[in-house]
Design a protein around this ligand. Structure first.
Ligand code: ATP
Length: 340
């Protein structure tokens, strides 16, 4: 059963165009020109109840804009969203009872009052019976160790503590859908791990549907079966993480350290070599192992260069995504080249 359906979703922002220089700044004051930025362009997807979906894309791809439209903060310029039978922007009040939202970059809690009071206020807002509230807090405390800082004002919390408090606040009313915009940004590995385990538990125990944006591929590895990748506002991939890996599974990366920086490595390109990038004296060569073997690549290199060391790596999800971003943004980048 689909809990989220998004059809032809588009969001454009109208931003003031600024001319360059002091003269231009003055001209802009009296003669304002605007330009349209399409942050999200004609996106379609459906999400089933209980799924955890990673919503990925490079900086500025349109992820936060999508989350803001799904959570009813922004209205779409075009297209339709249905979350649990409601249109998020038009039915904001009702919709807010069905969803929880956490923005990693900013808190939803009251800045000057202790976490416990913020949570208590939310209990009243969502009309949660006191016994349920206390039970839920107890469970959340097990995973998020809230008691450590529950009486501290939000402004005095560390980032990790604040994020745990925010997650608790977003889930107190047991929403059907949880939107997480970079929930692990800036956190240490231990807190990241606790938060991932907590999200997993909530999903397993309550069948909560989760959409999360992240730049941390460990979030994806640990939490998501499915990812949607967007780039410059458009969807470029929608499928399982397994499929994504399988598609790129035949690819391997060989990292070769050479004595000197290579001036021109175009001679490396033969069938099966997909991508070559050089950083100082290190070459990163991505190849399709069903078409060319690492030993052949090394032989070609050894004929021309002094090789100091090499390692071979299976493609990890980070690398797959990194290459997807580079490919769509810059097919022939300054630091690398593609054989396509
Ligand atoms: N309020 C706004 N007014 C004008 N333009 C905006 C606004 N918010 C976002 N944009 C623009 O829309 C595009 C998409 O931004 P968005 O924040 O959705 O990207 P993102 O994928 O979340 O990026 P990041 O990974 O950096 O957080 C960008 O070009 C951004 O500059």
């Amino acid at each position: 059963m689909n809990i989220i359906t998004v059809n032809n979703l588009t969001k454009s922002y109208l931003v003031q165009k600024r001319e360059q220089g002091i003269k231009g700044t003055f001209q802009s004051l009296f003669n304002r020109k605007h330009e349209k930025i399409t942050a999200v362009s004609n996106i379609n997807f459906q999400i089933e109840k209980g799924e955890i979906v990673g919503y990925l894309g490079p900086n500025g791809a349109g992820k936060s804009t999508t989350i803001k439209m799904l959570s009813g903060i922004l209205s779409p310029t075009n297209g339709n969203i249905d979350v649990n039978g409601l249109s998020p922007f038009s039915n904001r009040k009702e919709h807010s009872l069905n969803i929880g939202v956490v923005f990693g970059q900013r808190t939803q809690l009251w800045w000057d009052i202790p976490v416990s009071e913020s949570l208590n206020l939310m209990r009243h807002m969502y009309k949660i019976p006191k016994s349920d509230y206390l039970k839920r807090l107890e469970v959340f405390n097990e995973f998020l160790d809230l008691n450590q800082f529950i009486n501290v004002p939000v402004r005095q919390l560390s980032l990790g503590q604040r994020m745990r408090a925010d997650l608790c606040a977003a889930l107190l009313h047991q929403p059907e859908v949880l939107f997480l915009d970079e929930p692990t940004i800036g956190l240490d590995v231990v807190v990241k791990d606790n938060i991932r385990t907590f999200i997993q538990q909530i999903n397993e125990n309550l069948n909560t549907t989760v959409i999360l944006t992240t730049h941390d591929m460990s979030d994806i590895e640990k939490l998501c079966n499915r990812v949607i990748v967007i780039d410059q506002g458009s969807k470029v991939y929608d499928g399982t993480v397994k499929e994504l890996k399988k598609t790129y599974g035949s690819e391997e990366l060989i990292i070769v350290e050479t004595e000197n920086k290579i001036k021109d490595y175009n001679y490396l390109f033969s069938p099966g070599i997909l991508y070559v990038e050089q950083q100082n004296n290190t070459l990163f060569i991505t190849y399709n192992k069903s078409k060319i073997s690492s030993s052949v690549i090394l032989k070609i290199l050894m004929n021309k260069e002094e090789i100091l060391d090499f390692t071979i790596k299976e493609t990890e999800i980070d690398e797959v995504i990194r290459r997807m971003y580079i490919k769509s943004l810059n097919p022939i980048s300054a630091g690398g080249a593609m054989n396509e």
